[in-house]
Write a protein of this length. Structure first.
Length: 151
C-alpha cells in the first residue's frame, strides 16, 4: 500500500449484502453472463471486495473469485463468513497482477469514488485483465426510473 497513507477506514457491520446490491447485482450478473466464458475460464478479480458479500454471490453463480480490499475489518468479516473465498488485504496501489496474476474478468464496484489516485487505480485494473483490458468495472450503476445509466 502507499507509504504513510492510511486507506483502510471503511467500516463493516457484517458480511451481508446492502441495499445498493439490490440494483447493482442484477446488472453485474447480466454483464458477466454476457461474457459467455466457459466454466474453466470463469475467473474474476474483485478490486475492493469489502466484506466478501459480492464475491460470495459470484461464487454461487459459478465464478472463481479472488479479491482484495484495504479494509482489515472488511476482510476479517469476509474471511469469517466465507472462509472458502480467496479474499485478502490489499489495494489498487499494490502490484496485484504480480501477486495474483491476470483474469478474464475484473470487477470493482463503488470503489472509484474512494480512491486517492484514479490513474493508478485504472492502471491497476487494466494490469489485472488478461490481454490488457478493458476491465469490466461499472464504478456506479444507477437506476433512474426505468432506465439504467452507466458512468
Amino acid at each position: 500500500m502507499m507509504d504513510g497513507m492510511e486507506i483502510s477506514g471503511y467500516r463493516y457491520a457484517d458480511a451481508g449484502l446492502n441495499h445498493s446490491h439490490d440494483y447493482l447485482l442484477p446488472a453485474v450478473f447480466r454483464l458477466l453472463d454476457g461474457l459467455n466464458l466457459p466454466a474453466d475460464r470463469r475467473r474474476l478479480f474483485e478490486l475492493g471486495c469489502g466484506n466478501g458479500s459480492v464475491a460470495h454471490q459470484l461464487t454461487r453463480r459459478g465464478w472463481q473469485v479472488t479479491g482484495v480490499d484495504p479494509s482489515a475489518e472488511g476482510i476479517g468479516a469476509a474471511n469469517a463468513a466465507y472462509p472458502e473465498l480467496a479474499l485478502y488485504s490489499g489495494s489498487a496501489y499494490d502490484d496485484l497482477a504480480g501477486r495474483y496474476g491476470r483474469f478474464p474478468a475484473v470487477l470493482s464496484l463503488e470503489v472509484v469514488e474512494h480512491v486517492y489516485f484514479p490513474r493508478q487505480y485504472a492502471a491497476t485494473l487494466f494490469s489485472l485483465v488478461e490481454g490488457g483490458g478493458p476491465p469490466s468495472f461499472p464504478p456506479r450503476i444507477m437506476a433512474t426510473g426505468r432506465t439504467w445509466h452507466w458512468h
